[in-house]
Design a protein around this ligand. Sequence first.
Ligand code: SF4
Length: 479
Amino acid sequence: MPHITGHDRSQLLLLPESLDDYVGPENPVRFIEAFVDGLDLAAAGFARVEPKDTGRPSYLPGDLLKLYIYGYLNRIRSSRRLEAETHRNVEVIWLLRHLKPDFKTIADFRRDNRKAFRPVFRQFVLLCKQLDLFGRELLAVDGTRIKAVNNKDRNFTRASLAEFIKLADKKLDDYLQRLDQNDVAEQATGGSRVENLREKIAAVRERRDRCQKMLAELERTGEDQISLTDPDSRAMAAHTHVAVGYNVQVAVDTKHKLIVEQQVTSQVVDMGLLTETAEPAKEILGVDTIDVVADKGYFKIEDIEACEKAGMAPYVPRPQRGPSVRAGLFRKHEFEYDAETDSMICPAGQHLQPYTSSLMRGLKKINYANRAACRDCPLRSRCTDNQFRSVSRLENEAVLDRMAARLAQRPGILDQRRESVEHPFGTIKQWMYQGAFLMRRLEKVRAEFSLTALAYNIRRVLNLVHFDELMAAVTAMPG
Ligand code: SF4
């Protein structure tokens, strides 16, 4: 059997008559076109929606937005690669009606309209709501680190700078000593070793001065670290290793694992970001109350209290930490608070009474103990290494008791959280190859992630909803 071969390139063929014939009726580019055409781009904040009377004509912002959405959906994010697609990719040629903006125009568009991508993301969330794709019962909040355009070697903490200055001083002492010793001895040999030492001293001094300046800058700003390539990025841990990046937060509706809210911050840890991420999601979903689940990295009493006050029911497991946990002694959750007697009931059934108090982050912290009961307690070796056990409780800790009771009723909710947030992060990093940002500075990175989250949601919806239904919804979408 002969192999399958193509046509002779010089042979005349009866090709489809129009470009439209090359793009199938359910091709996602048709959705991108309808979605962008239905947006109020001026309200979203895009520049040059209305053409200027003078100067060179510019591209319609909608056309460049279509190009970016197509690119992010198809793992093409760089402006040079997007430009290349406008020349060779029939879907892009269709979408842009043969327009071929150069890479600089494409890059400038993303940079100049960086604040406008978030409203576009939100508009798609509203479309998902219109399509009834949200369960509106449970939000899973989580964060991940996405690498910044900043090498680890270009990031310094106060500790690393202080350490470098200490080492540099030691090195300088050593070089200066050797210089003194060699100065006389080298007179006869032409002084090449002395010259060498002087160069080394100058180099160390220069590096030391740079570190000193960075340390002074950290003192001035009150920051803990400084990044030289992308000043807004921070060294942060992800699993077992540390890299310089941004903390990306998402609130995912668990029904179809769609992203309802997203934000990018320079904050190194997730603690304190629960309400900030979940509340806008609750608002856009238009519900009076909603459950919110997050991992123990979000456990902060002030944030959990704020979450409740905002009409949400948080589910955040208490992290097991502290000296008792490390020593393998009874943990705090094994002591139950009795509101009636304002005492803590210990595993031996004894009531510990308030005996001292202090302030923690502005909150009153009360310490409970019962020295007499501990003295003769048969469980003491499992409870404390001291004469008696003391357990502390914050004045507003009832909020944590309520949350613990909720968690005890729904143990499966933590697995649900993992499944829901692993899907978007896994898809974004593995399938969409977006484990690193291309741009520098927080505002631009936020624009990038808005496009990433939008592309994730679009791809998911294209798999969930019949194309005709989607097109009907997008046509009915209020601008
Ligand atoms: S040592 Fe004290 S606090 Fe601990 S179980 Fe015994 S009585 Fe209770």
